[in-house]
Design a binder for this molecule. Structure first.
Ligand code: GLA
Length: 696
């Protein structure tokens, strides 16, 4: 084993593998980083690859198979820290040099991981106080993977060092096209309660509040006698006797997301010093990471990359997939993004790991493509024989090439080749759903009016109605300029701060259409109830005042005067300037409006005070869409329709998730079969058709 000794801090010039020359890199003359992996003009196709688990003979075979499948990008090195730096400051890049060289020779590009999601055993042995600590005070042991304490100075120093060594060594390597920093920040550890974290939390609070008085006011510490007299008294919100100060908890969530983000930017900035021409990213889990504020993070990556795994047992998991893809595109602000990981078939970590059946992998992949992804990647290329993920599917399964999965992987590679024209085209949405993780964090704290309040359930329900109608959705932050949308939906937005309220108000005033659902606009950024009747943030926009919440008993069902039914919630609501559209005929709000509409400025704002049954929600959303000038009809069951377009060309994806063929009205060239169609296209059961129409 060849061990090289280096300084822990990287130098600013470096020897690339094999060249023997120093590479001076000057930040001043550096071009702005690319926003897409350099190199091939194809759609990106590939996956995570863990060569360290295999012999060199297997690498050679793998590379041949990758070429056969049309793979042009692999993410490597993600969990290689212990191999690359076997002792602190001692590096051994021999395996990486070798595999990078082989990949370069095969013209397969590398998305090089920094291995910092899995610090080596020596790191925790030497810096035990860098272990993450749970809310209950338990320091986590070694022997798995996951984060160190994000606020540990030793961890920050160590990640900068290894990132610098990698960047210095491979800066000019012909295979390297992008950096993959860490792996899924926030999983499995997001909040860390170590002493390092407490110190960093206090510093973060000093910046946010400026003074202890402001913190005491913001946190409402006069309640339950929690007032602080010294900064040193302020702690992380550890498990306590009863409900912990909710603003303290909300701030700790903000801080934790920022602490992880600082780990990312530390590495990114080191990488940029050596490779200012290369994009840097990290893999998000956009709807599945409860601990990271991706709106903030998306500004710090050069390319949005997302990992998505089906909720295997949900029969509507293809709809949830679309939601994930739409949120990824929205975070990317409609720039192309990469699906960094998904699975060819079953995963290994759900209660029942249901395998994908014929065609499902392609439908999943092309649904991401349809919604703006220009790269389709998997976890992982070759299935592991050992370790915690040995039962996870892969592009090349344990069964090898004589398998349905491998044949479908090769077929997908070919189909992506036929879809090259789609690359760089954009998805345009007229409707946006407001998505703010700070609101979700606040709503998920304890002691709220009903255990049945569930923001995720409401967003999925609204999204599903629109998906079934073929209406494409963007997600937006409440602070965004919303004026480009014809309709904005807030299915559940408990926390709306002043900036959010102003943005929503000016959107409607300027002619926008808005639909807000119950328990929205209740608190400000400190989780304090807005002054006056609910929903204080936007009561004027909605033209209503709510005197009291009227949560239902478990399983209670009320009837509305349009014949639909309602569960979970009602408000004791009075009309101020709004009109009643539908009212309760029984239940706790009998005779009180359940749906209202308020003309406000040039626009209108609708409010729904209850959880409507699916047909009721569909007819409400249909009415609101019409109000916004959007005419839609429900599509045949299981048919997904999305359009991407260039200036003069559109690509309509028809994804048939059902077991029967569908016939759609469409004219143009179907790209997967290469057939010209006039008038109608048959989309066979369980398959995808993509029609290019050059006159759009
Ligand atoms: C995540 C991780 C991968 C792998 C997959 C398995 O997305 O990033 O390393 O563990 O899950 O589904």
């Amino acid at each position: 084993m060849s061990i090289q000794h280096h300084e822990v801090e990287p130098a600013l010039s470096a020897a690339p593998a094999g060249s023997g020359q120093a590479v001076p890199v000057s930040a001043e003359t550096a071009p702005f980083p690319q926003r897409w992996p350099l190199g091939t003009t194809n759609l990106r196709y590939g996956g995570d690859y863990n060569p360290e688990q295999w012999t060199r003979e297997t690498w050679i075979e793998d590379i041949e198979l990758m070429k056969h499948a049309g793979i042009n990008l692999v993410s490597i090195g993600i969990f290689s820290w212990a191999l690359l730096e076997p002792r602190e400051g001692e590096y051994d890049f021999s395996f990486l040099d070798d595999i990078m060289g082989l990949l370069a020779d095969a013209h397969i590009d590398v998305d090089l991981g920094t291995p910092t999601a899995s610090p080596p055993a020596w790191f925790f042995a030497k810096y035990p106080e860098s272990r993450p600590v749970t809310r209950d005070g338990l320091p986590l042991g070694f022997g798995s993977r996951g984060m160190a304490s994000p606020s540990s100075p030793e961890y920050r120093r160590a990640v900068a060092a290894i990132a610098g060594q990698l960047a210095a060594r491979y800066a000019k390597h012909p295979a390297l096209v992008m950096w993959h920093v860490h792996n899924e920040y926030g999983a499995p550890v997001s909040e860390c309660y170590s002493e390092h974290s407490v110190v960093a939390f206090r510093q973060w609070l000093q910046v946010r509040y400026g003074s202890l008085d402001a913190l005491n006011t913001g946190w409402g510490t006069t309640f339950w006698g929690q007032r602080y007299g010294e900064w040193s008294e302020v702690d992380a919100p550890r498990t306590s006797a009863s409900v912990t100060n909710q603003t303290q908890r909300l701030d700790f969530k903000r801080f934790s997301s920022d602490a992880l983000l600082a780990c990312y930017t530390t590495e990114r900035d080191v990488l940029r010093r050596f490779t200012p021409h290369l994009p840097v990213t990290t893999n998000f889990m956009v709807t599945n990471c409860p601990s990271v504020d991706y709106w903030k993070w998306a500004k710090e990556v050069d390319v949005v990359a997302n990992d998505h795994y089906l909720k295997a047992e949900r029969r509507d998991n293809h709809i949830l997939l679309s939601m994930d893809a739409d949120l990824s595109r929205s975070l990317a602000r409609s720039e192309p993004w990469i699906l960094m990981e998904h699975s060819t078939s079953a995963v290994n970590w759900q209660p029942r790991n249901i395998a994908k059946r014929a065609g499902q992998m392609a439908r999943n992949s092309l649904a991401h493509l349809a919604r703006g992804a220009d790269g389709i990647m998997f976890f992982q290329f070759r299935a592991s024989r050992y370790g915690a993920e040995k039962f996870h599917s892969a592009m090349l399964p344990h069964a090898g090439q004589e398998s349905r999965v491998w044949r479908e992987v090769v077929e997908l590679g070919r189909d992506l080749g036929s879809l090259l024209a789609v690359r760089g085209s954009r998805v345009h949405a007229r409707v946006a759903i407001l998505w703010d993780v700070e609101s979700f964090w606040a709503q998920d704290l304890e002691w709220h009016p009903s255990a049945d309040l569930d923001h995720r359930e409401r967003i999925e329900a609204f999204y599903t109605v629109l998906w079934r109608r073929g209406v494409t959705i963007d997600f937006a932050h409440p602070h965004d300029d919303l004026s480009a949308y014809d309709l904005v939906l807030a299915p559940s937005l408990y926390l709306i701060d002043q900036a959010g309220a102003d943005s929503i108000r000016s959107y409607v005033k300027g002619g926008g259409r808005l639909l807000v659902s119950y328990f929205s606009g209740i608190v400000d950024e400190n989780d304090a109830v807005h002054d006056g009747p609910y929903p204080g943030a936007i009561a004027d926009v909605l033209g209503i005042r709510i005197e009291e919440f009227l949560p239902f008993y478990a399983h209670q069902v009320a009837t509305l005067d349009d014949g639909s039914t309602a569960t979970v919630w009602a408000d004791d609501l009075a009309l101020v300037t709004a009109d009643a559209v539908v009212s309760f005929v029984d239940g706790p709000a009998s005779g009180i409006p359940a749906i209202t509409r308020n003309a406000f400025g040039e626009g209108s704002a609708w409010y729904v005070a209850t959880r409507l049954d699916p047909a009721g929600l569909d007819s409400l959303i249909d009415a609101v869409l019409r109000d916004a000038g959007i005419i839609s009809t429900p599509l045949p069951d299981g048919l997904e329709v999305v359009t991407r377009s260039h200036t003069n060309t559109s690509f309509t994806f028809y994804i048939n998730h059902s077991a029967s063929d569908a016939e759609v009205d469409s004219t143009g060239t179907e790209l997967i079969t290469g057939t010209r169609h006039t008038g109608t296209v048959v989309v066979p059961a369980a398959t995808v058709r993509v029609v290019e129409n050059a006159s759009a």
